[in-house]
Design a protein around this ligand. Structure first.
Ligand code: MN
Length: 204
């Protein structure tokens, strides 16, 4: 089965005024669609891999045939990362998580504010295009990191539960060069229920 662009669980304008409708529509229908299309073109050369979960390919890129490894890393990563990113936002989101993930954040980083500062720093200082992440590491601890381009934390043995796209295509129409303003605005649309669900699926 070829990979397909997932539907959003909300309208393109749902995240206004923090993320504008035009950015959301272009981001979803052009950028994300392009990753899906290019991933499918690559997998045509090794069609058995259509049946392997994309996450499994990204977790073990060395197992991907060399002639399509870079394409899977970039376009497969793009598809996986954006699929996660859309679910992590909602209208009327934001605030602070209260359940187990909120407690784990407090335990790991000292406080929610200290976590937020660390995550913001990762997002702001990622040079060029990339992502900021909150992941669960191999020992079950939480870890803030960033990756370049469309690299997935899965490829580094991490399981991402929160993601922020800091490519210019994610914010340039509304915020131009002001990435920090976009980052501050994004916290208002974070879907903490989804983060909680992601966390509990991993730690049980
Ligand atoms: Mn993007």
């Amino acid at each position: 089965m070829a990979h397909e662009l997932p539907k959003l669980g909300y309208d393109y304008g749902a995240l206004e005024p923090y993320i504008d409708a035009q950015t959301m529509e272009i981001h979803h229908t052009r950028h994300h669609q392009a990753y899906v299309n290019k991933l499918n073109v690559a997998l045509e050369k090794h069609q058995a891999l259509f049946d392997v979960p994309l996450r499994d390919l990204l977790k073990d890129l060395q197992s991907v045939p060399e002639d399509i490894r870079t394409a899977v890393r970039n376009h497969g990563g793009g598809h996986e990362n954006h699929s996660l990113f859309w679910r992590l936002m909602k209208k009327g989101g934001g605030g602070q998580p209260q359940g187990p993930v909120g407690q784990a954040i407090g335990k790991q980083f000292g406080s929610f504010q200290e976590f937020q500062e660390k995550f913001n720093a990762a997002a702001k200082t990622r040079f060029g295009s990339g992502w900021a992440w909150l992941s669960v590491d191999r020992s079950g601890d939480l870890l803030v990191s960033s990756t370049a381009n469309q690299d997935s934390p899965l490829s580094a043995g991490l399981q991402p539960i929160l993601a922020l796209d800091v490519w210019e295509h994610a914010y340039y129409l509304k915020y131009q060069y002001r990435r920090p303003e976009y980052i501050d605005a994004w916290w208002h649309v974070v879907n903490w229920e989804c983060v909680e669900q992601n966390y509990q699926e991993i730690v049980g």
